[in-house]
Design a protein around this ligand. Structure first.
Ligand SMILES: [Fe+2]
Length: 175
């Protein structure tokens, strides 16, 4: 077993691909979303938070975004019906139900069936990249279901804001 890639040549290497014609016809390019708000704006999420949408995959009910909570605050209790992967970027956040805190560079997963309450105690809040699959069910303070957020909820969150603010819909977000 090698412990490193076979080549370190700084050049494009043509790789054999027997199905190249089909890939060219039916394959899809990967996406690129730059930093500017024209490419994807911060969309308000409640009074104290915003979401920057980065990817929507309607085939798999997958969506990727950056959550920004601008100061001490809470994202209410929710239950996942799919997987979540996240990497902390700025500040820190934690869940009332767990004993850890996620800071810059930390990696976490959340599992289907888990219900939890996200909080940040930081004066400057937090930012984290979330890659999410499936639905999130939100509950009120009495444990009553209020709303289910899935890929189409997140698409609506993005598209509605763009249309209201004259921002072009970025095709790169739709995988
Ligand atoms: Fe969660």
């Amino acid at each position: 077993m090698s412990k490193s890639p076979a080549s370190s040549a700084y050049k494009i290497v043509e790789v054999p691909e027997p199905m190249k014609a089909m890939q060219d016809r039916f394959g899809r390019e990967g996406s690129y979303v730059g930093l500017s708000e024209e490419e994807s704006p911060w969309v308000p999420f409640g009074d104290n938070a915003a979401i920057r949408h980065l990817a929507f995959d309607v085939r798999n009910n997958v969506y990727c975004n950056i959550l920004w909570i601008k100061g001490p605050g809470v994202i209410g209790t929710h239950k996942h019906r799919g997987m979540v992967w996240a990497v902390g970027m700025e500040g820190s956040f934690r869940y009332l139900e767990y004993d850890w805190s996620c800071g810059p560079g930390d990696f976490i997963t959340e599992m289907p069936g888990q219900a939890h309450t996200l909080v940040t105690d930081e004066p400057n809040g937090m930012k984290a990249l979330f890659w999410m699959q499936g639905a999130n069910e939100f509950y009120d303070e009495n444990g009553e279901w209020t709303e289910t957020l899935d890929v189409f909820w997140f698409i609506n969150h993005y598209v509605t804001y763009c249309e209201e603010n004259g921002i072009a819909i970025n095709d790169q977000l739709f995988l």
